[in-house]
Structure formats: structure tokens, C-alpha cells
Design a protein around this ligand. Structure first.
Ligand code: UDP
Length: 485
């Protein structure tokens, strides 16, 4: 570990309360710690429990680290949220009336923590605040005390540039229907989208207002931290730094800071399949023969869709590891989608993981040769870091942009055929699943795709290694924060 770069600067990390936002922040804490920084993660009581285990494990391996958690009060019920609704996971599995508005309500309720944040900044006088995009109000809080605020969006430069150009030029307002294709103006490359996929909230809607605040804070903050590496999307990294944010530092793929088996296995810390069981299964397979199928930290496919995925994987004749999530039996959900006798038939051919998978461990295993992903950025960049070609199946958020990066810009992805947000979209048939999986796993084009993906994986490791682009960018940032003290 390189500790010379810094005297102990103190960095506050304030992730949004969702697994996809907290996991990369934990990796960033490790990265900053490796440069000698002291870190404090700011969060709510129930989320602190998720973070504590990972931090303890990390501190046990590196006893001289100073990593703390500051817990902010977040009274869900007083804020008009159901009890326990301080994590997006809760919302994904909430089936009662009003569930549709909960995410928006949660976004709006986070401002409740502003006062607590300011008191903490005032007493601790940190070197900087790395706060999630969903806390745009925190820029002002940090500035009040002369503390630089860095934004963390958790997505690619490419998506950030797309969003910027979409909101600047509004091409989606000039097309006939939500499924009419258009080129996003102002971007390097001809990126074709539809309004449906671009998923831009109207400025006048409550969500649109939040997005507007986020855009403003992006350009008024000290800068932006991006979980990517320069060589992956250099045209977009340059465009972003020149046109959008004041400054941007690329420090990824952050998941690559997890080098040891236990670190990779414990990442995310949800109830999990035993990693040894998973590894034993993978060990029995030939290199590159298994496709890993996972749709992120929450799974909202209908039973009907799950059935088609099951059938498509079976007919593709590929070995697979499929993370299906866990049904919430307390809320009366049942696992009714598996075809009759499926697991028995697939024994040895397919491993179904109910709950949480050690994703990075699986992706890095030599038996794995492809990844079916929803294109959440963490998964996408983890797939890139593992050097894998992907079947892309975006469902919402900014995932359709990430898909374009994987399929059209990088040439390492094959679209399963999802063209609309999952909540409105049509059923993807078993034939489509079968076709995309085969296309990624075998044939001449698959080989070329695999070679490109492998090369990107190697480039990712170079970027985070000694003297690499991400390694050096992080050092530059830490040095700068250090010199401001
Ligand atoms: N993840 C995991 N095990 C699982 C499902 C997800 O470790 O069973 C991790 C995955 O490695 C990634 C994160 O959870 O780091 C999901 O983030 P992503 O941006 O891909 O998707 P989101 O869940 O935010 O939609």
C-alpha cells in the first residue's frame, strides 16, 4: 500500500442508501485508505449494519486503518415513509399500495439529514465530502464550511455525457413517439436512442426537479469521482471534463481493489450462497464454458419472464449460474416460476442462487465465459474488469445508455432484445434468451468479441496498477486534498 502520498486527510463518504451505491463506496474507502486517508461513512441506522461487517473485515486485515461510521437519524415514519424504508431494497420488495411513489419520497426525504451533515462537517472539518448524486443539497452544506464536495454518480462517463446532452438538447421532445429513434446530439459517435430508453424525467415533474438539482450540483461541486478508467471511454471522459463537470477523476474499476478471496466473497454482505459451494461447482467446469446471469441487487422480473429465462437457458445448452434473488415470503410471494422438474434436470448444468451471489468472485473465475447483465454500471464495469463478453438486458435507470456503450462503442455486448423499460416492456421470449446466450458463448463473432473483452479486462488492471491512469488520478486527487489542508 502506498501511504507516502498523503498525511492523513479525512474524507467523508455519504452513499445513497442502496446496495448499488454503497458497494462501490466501500471500495472507494479502501482505495482512499490505501493512500493513507482516514475515512468516515455517513449513513442511517439500518444501512450502517450492512456496512459494518465489510469495514470490520477490512480493518482486521489492515490494523492501522482509520475507518468509521457516523450514523444519522432517519425517522422513516415521521418522514412519511413506512417503517424500515431507508434502503432501496425495502422498496423493491414492498408490495403494498403506494409502493410506486416510495422511491421519489425517499429521494425527497434525504434532505432531513442536511442539518446533521452540517453539524458533523463543522465539528470534524474534513478534507472533503464525497456525496452521492442523490444528495445535491450537500454541495451547499460542504461549501458553508469551505469543504470541497465531490459527486459520486456510480455510472459511466458515457452515460453521464448522454444525460447531459439529452437535457441540453432535449431530442426526445422532437420525435413523434416514445419509440421513435433519434441520435443524441453533441456526443462523440452516433448514439441512437428512443425517448423510452433515454428515461429523462420532464423538468416539471417532481423527479425532473430532482434531476435538475443533480445536474446543477454536478457543475457547481468541486468535482466528480467516476468508477471507470480513461482508456475505456476516453472520448467521453474528455467530453465530460471539458463540457459538464468542473473536474472529474477516474479511479476505477474500484472493484479491482478486492484482491483477496475473502474480500471478493464478502462484497455486498447480504445473505449469501456459501462461496465454497459455488466455487466447487465452478471448478468442475471447463474454462470459459459457464454464463453468469444476474440482474443486480434487486430483481423485479415477473414470474412469466423468469419462466422464459429458465426455458431459454435450458435450450441454449450452456452451463450457467443464475442469481434469482429471494422471494419475500413474509409478503406472500412464492417462487412459482420454475418449470416443472427444472432444477432436477439442470443438476450439474445450471446452478441457481437464491439470494446474494459473490458476484466478483464468480466473474473472475476461469470457468466463466460470459455474463447476462441488466447493465447496472457496477455489474457492467465488473464484467469489463473480468474481461467478459456480455448479453445486455437493460431494465431502467441509465442502463440503456450503458448497454450502448457495451454493444456499440466497445463491441463486447449482444442485446437480448429489451427495448423498453421493464415496467412497460414486452416479454422477452425463451428463443431470444437462447439466441443471445449462444451468440455470446460460441461462434466466430463470439471469439472476436471475447478477445476484445479480454483486452479491456487487461487494460482495466493496468489502469489500477502502479502508475496506471486510475491509480495516478487517485493519487493526484489525494495530493491535491492534502495540499489544501
Ligand atoms: N451484487 C452481488 N451479488 C448479487 C447481486 C449483486 O455482489 O447477487 C453486486 C454486484 O457485484 C454490484 C452490485 O451488487 O456491485 C449491483 O450494482 P449494479 O450497479 O450492477 O446494479 P443495481 O443493483 O444498482 O441495479
Amino acid at each position: 500500500m502506498n501511504k507516502q502520498v498523503s498525511e492523513r486527510i479525512h474524507v467523508l463518504f455519504f452513499p445513497f442508501m442502496a446496495h448499488g451505491h454503497m458497494i462501490p463506496v466501500l471500495d472507494m474507502v479502501k482505495l482512499f485508505s490505501s493512500r493513507g486517508a482516514k475515512s468516515t461513512i455517513l449513513t442511517t441506522p439500518s444501512n450502517s449494519k450492512i456496512l459494518e461487517k465489510s469495514i470490520e473485515a477490512f480493518k482486521n486485515q489492515n490494523t492501522d486503518l482509520e475507518i468509521g461510521i457516523k450514523i444519522f437519524d432517519f425517522p422513516c415514519v415521521d418522514l412519511g415513509l413506512p417503517e424500515g424504508c431507508d434502503n432501496v431494497d425495502f422498496i423493491s420488495s414492498y408490495k403494498k399500495p403506494g409502493a410506486g411513489d416510495l422511491l421519489l419520497k425517499l429521494f425527497m426525504s434525504t434532505k432531513y439529514m442536511k442539518q446533521q451533515l452540517e453539524s458533523f462537517i463543522e465539528t470534524t472539518k474534513p478534507s472533503c465530502l464525497v456525496a452521492d448524486m442523490f444528495f445535491p443539497w450537500s454541495t451547499e452544506s460542504a461549501e458553508k464550511f469551505g469543504v470541497p464536495r465531490l459527486v459520486f454518480h456510480g455510472t459511466s462517463f458515457f452515460s453521464l455525457c448522454c444525460f447531459y446532452n439529452m437535457s441540453t438538447h432535449k431530442p426526445h421532445t422532437q420525435v413523434a413517439t416514445s419509440s421513435t429513434p433519434f441520435v443524441i446530439p453533441g456526443l462523440p459517435g452516433d448514439i441512437v436512442m428512443t425517448a423510452e430508453q433515454a428515461n429523462v424525467a420532464d423538468d416539471e415533474t417532481p423527479m425532473g426537479k430532482i434531476m435538475k438539482e443533480i445536474r446543477e450540483s454536478e457543475s457547481t461541486s468541486f468535482g466528480v469521482l467516476v468508477n471507470s478508467f480513461y482508456e475505456l471511454e476516453s472520448a467521453y471522459a474528455d467530453f465530460y471534463s471539458t463540457n459538464v463537470a468542473k473536474r472529474a477523476w477516474h479511479i476505477g474499476p474500484v472493484s479491482l481493489c478486492n484482491r483477496e478471496f475473502a474480500e471478493k466473497a464478502g462484497r455486498g454482505q447480504k445473505e449469501s450462497i456459501h462461496e465454497q459451494e459455488c466455487l466447487k461447482w465452478l471448478e468442475s467446469k471447463t474454462p470459459g464454458s459457464v454464463i453468469y446471469v444476474s440482474f443486480g441487487s434487486g430483481n423485479n422480473f415477473t414470474n412469466e419472464q423468469m419462466f422464459e429465462i429458465a426455458a431459454g437457458l435450458e435450450s441454449s445448452e450452456q452451463s450457467f449460474v443464475w442469481v434469482v434473488g429471494k422471494k419475500n415470503e413474509n409478503q406472500g410471494e412464492k417462487e412459482e416460476w420454475l418449470p416443472e422438474g427444472y432444477e432436477e434436470r439442470m443438476k450439474g448444468k445450471g446452478l441457481i442462487i437464491r439470494g446474494w451471489a459473490p458476484q466478483v468472485l464468480i466473474l473472475d473465475h476461469r470457468a466463466v465465459g460470459g455474463f447476462v447483465t441488466h447493465c447496472g454500471w457496477n455489474s457492467a464495469i465488473e464484467g469489463i474488469a473480468a474481461g467478459l463478453p456480455m448479453v445486455t438486458w437493460p431494465k431502467g435507470a441509465e442502463q440503456f445508455y450503458n448497454e450502448k456503450l457495451l454493444t456499440e462503442v466497445l463491441g463486447i455486448g449482444v442485446n437480448v432484445g429489451a427495448t423498453e423499460l421493464v415496467k412497460k416492456g414486452r416479454l422477452i421470449s425463451r428463443e431470444e434468451v437462447d439466441k443471445a446466450v449462444r451468440e455470446v458463448m460460441s461462434g466466430e463473432e463470439a471469439e472476436e468479441r471475447r478477445i476484445r473483452a479480454k483486452k479491456l479486462g487487461e487494460m482495466a488492471r493496468v489502469a489500477v496498477g502502479d502508475g496506471g491512469s486510475s491509480y495516478s488520478d487517485l493519487n493526484r486527487l489525494v495530493e491535491e486534498l492534502n495540499s489544501r489542508k
